[in-house]
Design a protein around this ligand. Structure first.
Ligand SMILES: [Zn+2]
Length: 443
């Protein structure tokens, strides 16, 4: 059996104690049945949004009762409180960070603490969809003190905040929790309907929640990210990550080429001059349209077993979708020893240009060339990328947003029909390595 050495990341303080819990009243004040009865958490109830604002953020912002920055201050205030309480595994604010000289502004961080003291876990890296396994670490096992607040739609269409809201176990709460191995200031996890124990897979409702969070935060430095299984998610329990970084990510700055505009004005473009091939979704009539289109694309990738990462930028107005094949190349032995030795896992943040490095040597030698070489290995080939675009277009045009009228736009102004693109599907090669590759995470 082929085993891949990988370095996992611990995202909760209780992850390392997996399997050590008692049967009930486990003493850790967790989110499971043993401890959740009678518990309460702060609740941030957001207003369901229909429109994405054109210039000043979200439509409806002007008649909010709470200041625009409220979610920001709540999140950061609670996060800093957890830092004071010593819940993080290391002080991320002490990690060295620099912008790598060059045209792109890749950001390098030296984070030597992140991969220490890990315990072995086994999971497959060749399947994007895997069932939830309650015996493995999941977010019902985190301590309630790791949860900052609940984030749920308000009942009455107004933004509300309740400092102490009882948890209704029947109505699984969506929570925002700290990532105890943060890679930046304010690093949190958004865990939709945590008690439902959903596996790591995008669905429409959950994606809409993530977009709402981006829009509600209303801060361009706050981005959400998603890693599918096979694209360096480390926990098979549905979650998004998010943090603040006060500089643009390189992926946000590169030029794009419009591929198509869907009904309703939603624009899909392709990244240009970037080491990883990817798509950008933006615009459209409503936040729901944008959310549905991107989730349809994600669901299509999942169903085709294509690992991918998503970055939600610009307060939810721009979404980057990047299919990747690094784990597949690793499994096939196609990644150079030099890259493997860095133990860098190219997940959404690295792909966006924020390189989290584990060795001082790599940090000191960080260069645009090195970042580019790593990310180029993550990217699909041009041929494969075009095949994947065709699959995605088929999915988004058959979804509720489209009526099958996706028209590709070529630089020369010609607009070939989608049938021409679909024809190239016939050459599709197997999407991932078949078989029983396992990922053995070593201590
Ligand atoms: Zn418990």
């Amino acid at each position: 059996m082929l085993r891949i050495k990988r370095v996992p990341t611990i995202v909760s303080n209780y992850q390392k104690e997996e399997g050590e819990e008692g049967s009930r009243g486990c003493g850790r004040n967790c989110l499971n049945n043993c401890c959740i009865q009678g518990a309460s958490l702060p609740l941030y109830a957001f207003k369901r949004l229909n429109k994405i604002g054109s210039d000043k953020g979200v439509v409806g912002q002007e008649d909010r009762e709470l200041p625009v920055a409220f979610l920001d201050s709540l999140l950061l205030g609670e996060w800093e409180d957890r830092m004071r309480r010593g819940l993080f595994r290391y002080d991320v604010t002490a990690c060295e960070t620099k912008v790598i000289p060059g045209d792109y502004g890749f950001i390098a961080q030296l984070n030597e603490g992140r991969h220490l003291k890990k315990r072995p876990t086994e999971f497959r890296v060749d399947k994007v969809l895997q069932p939830f396994d309650g015996n493995k670490f999941n977010f019902t096992k985190v301590g309630q003190e790791e949860v900052l607040f609940r984030f749920e739609a308000s009942d009455d269409g107004e933004v509300r905040f309740f400092p102490n809201s009882p948890i209704d176990v029947e109505n699984s709460p969506t929570v925002v929790a700290i990532n105890v191995s943060p890679i930046e200031y304010g690093h949190v996890l958004l865990i939709p309907r945590v008690l439902e124990c959903l596996p790591q897979r995008i669905d429409r409702d959950s994606f809409m929640l993530a977009l709402h969070m981006a829009a509600e935060a209303g801060n361009p430095y706050f981005r959400l990210g998603y890693n599918s299984l096979g694209a360096f998610a480390t926990i098979n329990h549905l979650h998004f990550q998010a943090y603040y970084l006060a500089v643009p990510f390189p992926i946000e700055k590169v030029p794009t080429k419009k591929i198509t505009t869907l009904d309703g004005g939603l624009k899909i473009s392709e990244l240009l001059n970037y080491p990883v091939r990817g798509l950008v979704f933006e615009g459209g009539n409503t936040l729901q349209d944008l959310s549905n289109t991107v989730s349809n694309a994600c669901i299509c990738l999942q169903n085709n077993n294509i690992p991918y990462n998503v970055l939600i930028s610009d307060c939810g107005r721009r979404i980057f979708l990047v299919p990747q094949c690094y784990a597949e190349k690793q499994a096939l032995g196609e990644v150079s020893a030099e890259l493997l030795e860095t133990q860098v896992n190219p997940a959404v943040w690295e792909i966006s240009g924020h390189m989290v490095l584990k060795r001082r040597k790599d940090y000191e030698e960080a260069s645009e060339g090195n970042a580019w070489r790593l990310l180029a290995e993550v990217s699909l080939s041009e041929e494969r990328f075009q095949e994947v675009i065709a699959l995605i277009f088929e999915a988004v045009s058959c979804g509720e947003n489209g009526n099958g009228s996706v028209v590709l736009e070529e630089p020369d102004g010609k607009s070939p029909s989608l049938e021409g693109v679909n024809a190239s599907n016939k050459s599709t090669r197997p999407t991932m390595v078949n078989g029983t590759l396992e990922c053995l995470v070593l201590q």
